[in-house]
Design a protein around this ligand. Sequence first.
Ligand code: MNI
Length: 473
Amino acid sequence: MRRIRVVSLLVAGALVLTGGVGAALRSDPAPAASFLTDDAGRALVLRGFNTASSAKSTPDGMPDFTEEQLAREHADMGTNFVRFLISWRSVEPEPGVFDQAYLDRVEERVGWYAKRGYQVMLDMHQDLWSGAITPDGKTGNGAPAWATYMDGLPVGSHEMWEQYYLDPGVIRAFDNFWNTTGEHPELADHYAQAWRAVAQRFSDNPAVVAYDLMNEPYGGTLQGPVFEAGPLTALYQKTADAIRTVDQDSWVCVAPQAMGVNWGTPSGLGRIDDARNGDQRIAYCPHIYPLPMDLGGGYEGTSRDLVDATVDAWRGHTLRTAAALGDVPIILGEFGLDTTLPGALDFVERIYATATEMGAGVSYWSRDPGSWGPYEEDGTARNLVPALDRPYPRAVAGTPTSWRGGPERLELTYRPDASISAPTEIYLPVRTFPNGAQVSGGEAANWDVGTRILTLRAPETPDETTVTLTPAH
Ligand SMILES: CN(C)c1ccc(C(=O)NC[C@H]2N[C@H](CO)[C@@H](O)[C@@H]2O)cc1
């Protein structure tokens, strides 16, 4: 293990330094030029969790997660967003057969979130392609067995799950899906039609704001820009076109390949043309997992320096890709860590501060119990709960220019839009704002102590304005 660690750290350093130097040599572009918006037209600042990894293996495709647990999350952290894991195996268990009972179960859970004012992004999740890559069905997840063609090539048995990506059978399964083999052009069509079936169900659901087309894509034999600008962009275009035949308004989120880009290298993803009538609604949804953190280095010492270089490189590459895709909004679809590592909460703070600077949404990985999540198996709150329970402007009646803050302060600069009738909403944690807030630069219209949402009165003029909230006494 030590040899792997040394080699991986060297790789991490090389990846990051080249990326970091690259980023340092070019000034970072401006923060994301756009936001997802709600039905009222408000710009959304999205904060929530991936819910949940447990859905990867359950027979009914649902996460091991109850409405009471969502109510607890909402009470404890005031989240307003969820990246909800769904799976192709559950949507289309047989070719051309779409499981409406499964979509009923998804719709029931979307209702839990809708009741509490959440925005839902549905994530067609895969890791290692499919459960069918190993006889026990427990290694990979996502694609159905009927769409898994390994052509008899071997898959080993590994301690580190990432190593399965290098097995011939897994590479072949991906090569057949991307039709790199030329043998299976039909699979991408099935994938797009499966998404069409999902969008047909949720196109009129006001809580479903976005579709994340594929989790952490992997090109098999093809890697890097030749994969991302080739078959990956083509699949996203095919799928977005299929979705738009039944849903004109949900955002379509596209993710880069995980290999490398999760670790801070640039993406070669190509632009998607949105067939909707009106402004495009494409978003960019990368992940970040700095290798030194994954290797257990924690956020201290040399590991912290490498992690910071990774975050800086990732930020610049992410902003450039979002700009290249058409100045699209950004959602950090995943980041997470074992929060028992040294410096863990400082890392969490660094990532949320970076996402805030970028105007990006965030869904933490993940809502599952245990050392990565907000709660223990027995429901006890972990160190992550207070770390994520922070003031934020969940919906803005205009265009946010910037916002920043800490546990006891929020400063929001925005250009109001008088045509938006819904108010700007600010979430304030009860632990630091027990009596609501003092507002300077603006006026509070309402303070709901139950949801801890303060709404602002619309400014008199359309001029850019800065409001600052501090705890009321
Ligand atoms: C070699 N390849 C292709 C690779 C390596 C590592 C990851 C990964 O850690 N991903 C981070 C987290 N994301 C998934 C869920 O989307 C989790 O299981 C991982 O911890 C992905 C791909």
